[in-house]
Ligand binder design. Structure first.
Ligand code: AMP
Length: 189
């Protein structure tokens, strides 16, 4: 059984399409026969991705640092894992997941996404990582990634390894064919 970890906003965002896509992604994870791993909250896009997955029959594992315990967690989780710290939480999410998808979100989502991308380029992660670019939400960040390649801080192979799509099914299909980039991270050394 594969688990897909979703990073996403703990707020609903300004565009109703974000909530709709969170629900659709949860349902698509179920359709693929996967389980969902996420941050355990019932708020915003986080609550909606869990709702979509649960209502389509997927197992949902929430991983929560104890600082949040009992305050915001989803009531219908298949399993709740409580960790002592935020860092342990991210390590646990990484350990039990086979791929990572970022929906729209804020600083928390960016941090989680960037950590996986960082681990991929140093070979610490060989798991696929995708961005669900709903209504162009990530266009600015993707453009900045391109600039980081142009300015020789990121290798184009590592930039190209990020799976970007507007359709959750396409991302999950691409995950099946993903081959990790096995090249040295450093440029001009
Ligand atoms: P943000 O994008 O800033 O809303 O943060 C979302 C990410 O940070 C999620 O993927 C979670 O892992 C974490 N996070 C933020 N708020 C919560 C919350 N209320 N409960 C659990 N995790 C949260």
């Amino acid at each position: 059984m594969k688990n897909i970890c979703v990073f996403c906003g703990s707020s609903p965002g300004a565009d109703p399409a974000y909530l709709q896509m969170a629900n659709k992604l949860g349902a698509e994870i179920a359709t693929h026969g996967y389980g969902l791993v996420y941050g355990s909250s019932n708020l915003g896009l986080m609550g909606e991705v869990a709702k979509g997955a649960l209502s389509s029959g997927a197992s949902v594992i929430g991983v929560l640092p104890k600082v949040f315990d009992g305050r915001v967690q989803h009531p219908d989780l298949t399993k709740l894992i409580v960790t002592d710290t935020m860092h342990q939480r991210k390590a646990k999410m990484f350990e039990i997941s086979d791929g990572f998808i970022a929906l729209p979100g804020g600083f928390g989502t960016f941090e989680e996404l960037l950590e996986i991308l960082t681990w991929s380029q140093i070979g610490y992660s060989s798991k696929p990582c995708g961005i669900l670019n709903v209504n162009g939400y990530y266009d600015g960040l993707l453009k900045f990634f391109d600039k980081s390649v142009e300015m020789r801080f990121v290798k184009s192979e590592h930039r190209k390894a990020i799976i970007v799509d507007t359709d959750p099914k396409m991302i999950l299909d691409k995950f099946e064919k993903y081959k990790p980039v096995k090249i040295d991270k450093w440029i001009d050394r």
